[in-house]
Design a protein around this ligand. Structure first.
Ligand SMILES: [Zn+2]
Length: 378
């Protein structure tokens, strides 16, 4: 164990250099050419670390880089899940340049999650150089569209998860403590369309049916579905409606975000939203949308994985706590597919999805060493 930690500390500057290089290859989710440029470069790095690689081609999103590494002491496979895409645009790096200050590396996507697959890469390099075998064959998926809902990669993720004994997700650790994530809420999105009847607001007010008034009733009903005690949130985040102030509104619209801890609760809330009834006489409601990501549930298998990670980290000389979040990741899909999942194995940092995003550089060798130990033992 000391060998692994010492090896990583020795290579700390190399890890930092790799991270700088990969942050510099900007990779917005919706820019296929940019994400493909990154995966093309990464393929060479992972091959150099002894991985067998293949591209799973995608038409509208970046190609997925799939890799296999090692024989494994046991049958089966361990899945490592990273995403290459970021929420940032091409050119953001000019406004938010890569820089290190007070032990923090700033730059677009440093933490979420370029450090995640850099740590994975260095874990494999370490195992290659020290001659360490993983517990099972390692299968890595570097996906291209996590930040926009993983539509193009969900099937592949779930398929690999069903074949895997465990899934290790290299999303950033819980800011700022570095805790691992044993649960994530599931997510759903709904669109509520309200239809009323237009009329002259001054001359013929009684002939109209106000879609805006109807929506106002529904917004309050929806917001009241939030129940923090069971971890359910319902957020009407976007509304629109009407055409002019002197016209009774014919149309109105709301965009709704729902988060939940269990599929049962997701079904309950969906039943309520899809069953909404109009309050204003004559108004009509139409609901579209549904469940996106199932919850990553804090079950026995996940808790066992966390306990193992905590023990391995303390043997390496640092501590990791346990946390959960309302934000989804591809760990939701692996967990939903029945694969024991631990998330937040990436770097420690904060400011995700903003120009304040950073990685604590001291955490890089630690987390890479923990990844090695998890691949050996989990
Ligand atoms: Zn991420």
């Amino acid at each position: 164990m000391h060998d692994i930690m010492a090896w990583m500390e020795e290579h700390k500057q190399d890890i930092i250099n790799d991270l700088k290089e990969l942050v510099a290859i900007e990779s917005p989710s919706l820019d296929k050419a940019a994400v493909d440029r990154l995966s093309g470069y990464l393929e060479g790095l992972f091959k150099g670390a002894g991985a067998h690689t293949e591209f799973l081609r995608r038409a509208d999103r970046g190609d997925i880089l799939r890799l296999e590494w090692g024989q494994g002491r046991e049958a089966g496979q361990t899945l490592v899940l990273s995403h290459m895409d970021t929420v940032f645009a091409i050119g953001d790096i000019a406004k938010n340049p890569i820089r290190i200050a007070d032990g923090r590396m700033y730059g677009p996507g440093t933490s979420d999650m370029k450090a995640g697959f850099v740590l994975f890469l260095w874990a494999l390099r370490c195992m290659q150089e020290l001659g360490l075998e993983p517990r099972r064959k390692v299968v890595g998926l570097l996906t291209s569209d996590e930040e926009v809902g993983s539509e193009a990669s969900r099937d592949v993720i779930e398929e690999e998860a069903r074949r895997s004994a465990v899934a290790l997700v290299t999303e950033p650790a819980m800011p700022p403590t570095g805790a691992l994530k044993t649960w994530r809420k599931g997510t759903a999105g709904y669109q509520l369309h309200v239809t009323g009847k237009p009329a002259h607001a001054g001359a013929d007010p009684t002939k109209g049916i106000s879609a805006v008034e109807e929506l106002a009733h529904q917004i309050l009903k929806l917001q009241k579905l939030t129940d923090m005690a069971v971890g359910t949130t319902v957020n009407v985040g976007v509304i629109s409606g009407g055409s002019r102030s002197n016209v009774v509104a014919a149309e109105a619209y709301a965009d709704i975000d729902v988060r939940f801890m269990t599929m049962a609760e997701a079904g309950r809330i969906e039943g309520i939203i899809k069953g909404l009834q109009p309050v204003v006489p004559g108004a009509r409601l139409r609901v579209a949308g549904g469940i996106n990501r199932p919850p990553m549930v804090r079950n026995e298998a996940t808790v066992a994985l966390f306990e193992q990670a905590r023990t391995l980290a303390s043997e390496l000389g640092f501590t990791v706590g346990e946390a959960g979040t309302g934000g989804g990741s591809d760990g939701n899909f692996t967990s939903g597919a029945g694969c024991p999942t631990i998330d937040g194995l990436g770097a420690v940092g904060d400011g995700l999805h903003t120009f304040e995003e950073y990685v604590a550089v001291d955490s890089l060798p630690q987390r890479a060493a923990l990844m090695v130990r998890m691949l050996q033992e989990a």
